[in-house]
Design a protein around this ligand. Structure first.
Ligand SMILES: C[S@@+](CC[C@H](N)C(=O)[O-])C[C@H]1O[C@@H](n2cnc3c(N)ncnc32)[C@H](O)[C@@H]1O
Length: 199
């Protein structure tokens, strides 16, 4: 019988757990770890989730903020899971922040988070560069829609632009934290940058 490698076992563990707990993706455990460490999301918060499909961050965030909060998701792809009434999703490209799309996003957010990932090419430098572009686009939105003191969570693939991105976060937020959740693949270049307290 074929032996499973370590990555498969790891993927199986989180995928099974997500299925059992009724989340559409195992990425929910990354946000849970971020929340356990930094307590970014609060009851009644208004939250923007960029790159929200298939919807596990949306569902978890909706639980944390509760019915007094508001969660808006944005993704290129539609979200098929059933979400509570205080979750709304806009299908669109974050690079096309003009007209009705921008109006649909609105303002006055306590938290903006981006778990966006580019379609990977296998070329680490190219993938990191595309991820940096997505992160920069998410930061542009965050700067526009976050309230003063608001927080930002952003996934980025580490590459040559990573340091530049941390500088941008330091310029715009009172604190910049870098965190790799246990539930991220060890060999993956992805990491989360957390900007605390928008200036
Ligand atoms: C890793 S998935 C997000 C998983 C999600 N956090 C969850 O828990 O279900 C990354 C998402 O980023 C989205 N994405 C990539 N580029 C985007 C863009 N330019 N605008 C909006 N969404 C984008 C992809 O369509 C994909 O659904």
């Amino acid at each position: 019988m074929k032996q499973k490698n370590k990555t498969n076992t790891w993927e199986d563990h989180y995928s099974r757990k997500a299925k059992k707990e009724k989340f559409p993706a195992r990425s929910v455990y990354k946000l849970k770890e971020i929340q356990q460490k930094f307590a970014i999301l609060k009851k009644n918060d208004k939250v923007l989730d960029i790159g929200c499909a298939p919807g596990s961050w949306l569902l978890y965030t909706a639980q944390v903020v509760g019915a007094g909060g508001e969660v808006r998701g944005v993704d290129l792809k539609p979200v098929d899971v059933k979400t509570p009434a205080w979750v709304t999703v806009i299908t669109g490209d974050i690079f096309e922040m003009d007209g009705g799309f921008k109006e649909g996003i609105g303002k006055g957010y306590h938290v903006v988070m981006s778990d966006m990932a580019p379609a990977t090419t296998g070329r680490k430098d190219m993938d990191a560069y595309r991820s940096y572009n997505l992160s920069e686009a998410a930061l542009t939105v965050a700067r526009e829609v976050l309230e003063e003191g608001g927080n930002f969570i952003c996934k980025i693939f580490q590459g040559s632009e990573f340091k530049n991105f941390t500088e941008l976060i330091k310029n715009n937020f009172r604190q910049c934290r870098i965190f790799k959740p246990e539930s991220c693949r060890k060999e993956s270049k992805e990491i989360y940058i957390i900007g605390i307290g928008k200036k």
